[in-house]
Design a protein around this ligand. Structure first.
Ligand SMILES: Nc1nc2c(ncn2[C@@H]2O[C@H](COP(=O)(O)OP(=O)(O)OP(=O)(O)O)[C@@H](O)[C@H]2O)c(=O)[nH]1
Ligand SMILES: [Mg+2]
Length: 307
């Protein structure tokens, strides 16, 4: 099996829970024999079940009706290709790749609600860039939760990247400040900062996050170069309201959508991109160190539809 195929199979496997219901439903619907109103309605329902969201599902369906009319399609089988194209059209975005530039260091700030997968994603990311030959430093900006620093250090060991830490309870901005100094003086290419999980509705915690951002910006012009919001795919449509509030507070440059392997609601990717217009850059498809993928729209749609 070549490497590309291997990666694709892993993605397919990671999307198993979403694909099972989606493909079964799709096969049944297009197997009905004719294109009629019922077919459209059932397709819309299928999309909503996969958590595509009401708004995006209805947009996809109006596109589909138009395709059928314009191309005078008669075979339900042809609808599948149109559906694929319509979904791809929505999720195809500009700037969806996370590219690390030469900022000595490039700074990534990772934020999100409790338990969304920030620390795990940082570990996976650090490992990815380390393997690509970059010098990566991790900052233990979560000084709030007991054991958060220890957990990050385990990921530091796994990925072979040092972790800059203070004691539990310290001011996270002070940790970030120290980490930036180290990264600057010791020639790191990349610094990734963990932060404490916070409810997007808690004003003081959102203020703390803004302070971290200000410190980064004061020490390195243009930093943070990437503000990555980590969203848990299993929370479905709630992810959208989280993203809106985090975006208002600090301005998100990209989303990492985790735990896609653990949900039948992987269609949420579609509504996140459609409603937020913020690129999904990474997807998490498992708990292991290499279970992080760059999000590639074409590949994602292929994996979703492949039987
Ligand atoms: N199945 C699966 N589990 C994941 C994925 N990403 C993270 N997890 C799990 O989700 C749980 C929470 O992950 P953390 O990385 O600790 O989340 P966090 O956002 O740092 O949490 P706090 O620091 O408490 O806010 C852990 O058990 C991870 O193993 C993923 O892509 N797939
Ligand atoms: Mg954490």
């Amino acid at each position: 099996m070549n490497e590309k195929r291997g990666v694709f199979e892993r993605l397919k496997f990671g999307l198993s829970k979403t694909r099972t219901g989606f493909i079964t439903g799709l096969t049944r619907i297009i197997g009905r024999g004719k294109i009629d109103e019922e077919l459209f309605e059932e397709l819309e329902e299928l999309l909503i079940t996969a958590d595509v969201g009401v708004h995006s599902a209805s947009k996809i369906l109006s596109g589909l009706r138009e395709d059928v009319k314009i191309n005078k399609l008669k075979e339900p089988g042809d609808v599948e290709q149109c559906l694929k194209d319509r979904i791809l059209k929505i999720i195809k975005q500009d700037n969806y790749s996370l590219s690390i530039k030469d900022y000595n260091p490039f700074v990534i700030m990772v934020i999100g609600v409790n338990g969304s997968g920030k620390t795990t994603t940082i570990g996976k990311l650090a490992s990815k860039y380390r393997r690509e030959g970059k010098k990566v430093l991790i900052a233990a900006g979560d000084t709030f939760r007991a054991a958060a620093i220890e957990q990050l250090e385990i990921w530091g060991n796994r990925s072979g990247c040092p972790v800059i830490k203070h004691q539990s309870g310290a001011d996270p901005s002070a940790v970030i400040y120290d980490a930036i100094q180290s990264a600057k003086h010791r020639g790191y290419d990349l610094m990734i900062a963990d932060t404490a999980g916070r409810l997007h509705t808690k004003v003081n915690l959102m203020e703390e996050m803004k302070k971290i951002k200000r410190v980064m910006n004061r020490e390195i012009s243009g930093a943070p170069h990437e503000i990555l919001l980590v969203l848990d795919a299993t929370t479905g449509q709630n992810a959208i309201s989280q993203a809106k509030l985090f975006n208002e507070a600090v301005g998100i440059t990209g989303i990492a959508l985790t735990k896609l392997d653990g949900t039948a609601k992987g269609g949420v990717v579609i509504s996140i991109i459609d409603e937020l217009k913020i690129p999904v850059k990474l997807i998490g498809i498992g708990e292991e160190i290499d279970d992080l993928k760059e999000f590639e729209p074409e590949e994602f749609v292929e994996a979703l539809f492949e039987r």
